[in-house]
Design a protein around this ligand. Structure first.
Ligand SMILES: Nc1ncnc2c1ncn2[C@@H]1O[C@H](COP(=O)(O)OP(=O)(O)O)[C@@H](O)[C@H]1O
Ligand SMILES: [Mg+2]
Length: 480
């Protein structure tokens, strides 16, 4: 069947990318790459943040709070911006906050957040994470090249370069650890290199271990969380990248902290970060925080409960009645519209067909019919919080692909679509319970247990296309 696409895509999509996008969306999670193939709407928001990444790459700073309801697209947006930042030669790190991962703590939770960020460190060449070792390697190789070109001793070149770090808090030990890495590189001591990278990742839990392995007196700990991010942002620039973008999602976990002292200590950390970026004292460092309106606005437990943050984050009072201002630190995600959702369905159809219009499984007419079906089942949530409706649509495509000759008309009416339920709306009191599950892990579990269809406990799932297309051998190695 040959149908022209209303969205004007012409590009083919690589099978690996296609499979990763579809697999993620069907599991109810946001794709880690290739977001541009499905991205719709929010042009002004994207433009504002692209400008931020340019500013960071030019040595500036920036903090943004990406605020939207549960399911409205915060995580998707953060990953989209992250991909764009990678293209601009920024290094990115990202992590979800959780009861075990916070910005401030005394029981190891801030170090744990740091370690998670470092594990997820990505560069353009390594967009899936695990890039820290190669960033360090790159720093060393560049220094070696300079040493060779100028006839200097490599160790001297490295020391001179690392001098830039020593003016920052914790910079001496950081520089020492990099020097140890170089020593390991120079003498073929792999263990020394491994230990240096472990230290940088925040994986040493005691000073004694760090001293024994590397001869340094300090480690990345709860108290030095932010100082180490600043050091890392300086270091990635020394390694030839343009800056560091830090993406922190699920900020609602701070709002859920039952202990007000712990909560305020975390908010104070956010204030430090925000002040540094507003005053321009940080350089080449940007932060993106993803959170719900409650996390921002609640005057009892949200950021607004902390006076200094409320005054800095207050929305522009003129930005009402259709007037917008994308220059402040708070970025409210506008709702997707039915038109956006239509374009999204068309893009999904296009991705599913690996970019080949001749392989579309549905005509345009079916996209409208599917939207009507969703609207009648769950009202306007179908386009405002589209996770389940996206999954339902991909399930429909999977059935059509594997059962040639099936009529889409008879299938659409049978698809069960459940409204989204926000797990964060459950009572807050047990929220202090430590659980290492991130929201994404919960989503994955829930969607696995409900056949990938909804997060509520409605059992009726009519379409059960859980098998993958038979020729999808790339999925065997698929990782989220
Ligand atoms: N701008 C967009 N374009 C295309 N799909 C989107 C967009 N925003 C969100 N989505 C999709 O909507 C669903 C929910 O988005 P998500 O980022 O998980 O929401 P949140 O993090 O706010 O809870 C995901 O399936 C995501 O892929
Ligand atoms: Mg999210």
């Amino acid at each position: 069947m040959s149908v022209t696409t209303p969205t004007g895509q012409g590009a083919r999509i690589r099978p690996r990318e296609r499979d990763a996008i579809i697999q993620s969306l069907r599991a109810g999670v946001v794709p880690r790459a290739g977001q541009q193939h499905v991205q719709v709407g929010r042009a002004a928001e994207v433009q504002a943040l692209v400008a931020d990444t340019t500013r960071i790459a030019d040595g500036g700073a920036g903090s943004r709070f990406v605020i939207g309801e549960y399911g409205s697209g915060k995580t998707f947006f953060l990953h989209l911006i992250r991909s764009i930042a990678l293209e601009k030669r920024l290094v990115t790190v990202h992590a979800d906050l959780s009861p075990d991962r916070r910005l401030h703590a005394t029981g190891g939770q801030a170090r744990s957040l740091y370690a998670e960020l470092m594990r997820n460190m990505a560069t353009r060449a390594k967009p899936d994470g695990g890039a820290l070792a190669s960033v360090v390697e790159r720093f060393v190789t560049q220094a070696l090249t300079e040493a060779r070109d100028t006839g200097q001793n490599p160790q001297v070149v490295i020391r001179v370069r690392l001098d830039a770090l020593s003016e920052l808090t914790g910079g001496y030990d950081f520089a020492d650890v990099i020097a140890k890495y170089w020593q390991g590189h120079d003498t073929g001591n792999e263990q020394l290199k491994i230990d240096a990278v472990r230290w940088l990742r925040g994986e040493f839990s005691t000073r004694t271990d760090a001293r024994n392995a590397l001869g340094v007196r300090t480690i990345v700990d709860d108290a030095s969380f932010y100082d180490h991010l600043k050091l890392m942002s300086r270091f990635v620039r020394l390694a030839g990248y343009d800056g560091l973008l830090v993406c922190l999602d699920e900020m609602v976990n701070l709002y859920k902290l039952a202990n007000s002292q712990a909560r305020n200590a975390n908010y104070e950390q956010i204030l430090r970060i925000l002040n540094d970026s507003l005053q321009g004292t940080a350089s080449g460092l940007g932060f993106l925080f993803g959170g719900t309106p409650d996390f921002l606005l609640d005057t009892r437990r949200g950021l607004y409960s902390y006076a200094a943050l409320q005054s800095r984050l207050a929305e522009n009072t003129y930005a009402t009645a259709g007037l917008v201002d994308y220059s402040g630190p708070v970025l409210r995600l506008a709702n997707l519209s039915p038109e956006d959702f239509y374009v999204l369905l068309a893009k999904l159809r296009h991705v599913y067909a690996a970019g080949d219009p001749a392989a579309y499984l549905l005509p345009d007419e079916a996209l409208h019919a599917y939207m009507n079906h969703c609207a009648s089942r769950i009202g306007d949530a179908y386009f405002r919080t589209p996770r389940n409706t996206i999954k339902g649509f991909l399930d429909l495509l999977a059935i059509l692909e594997q059962n040639p000759g099936q009529d889409w008309r008879s299938l659409i009416g049978a698809i069960h679509i459940a409204a989204e339920t926000d797990p964060d709306l459950e009572p807050l009191d047990d929220a202090g319970d430590p659980t290492s599950q991130t929201a994404e892990e919960q989503h994955q579990k829930l969607s696995a247990s409900t056949g990938g269809h909804n997060f509520s406990h409605t059992p009726a799932v009519t379409v059960t296309a859980s098998q993958l297309p038979p020729d999808d051998d790339e999925l065997a190695s698929f990782r989220l």
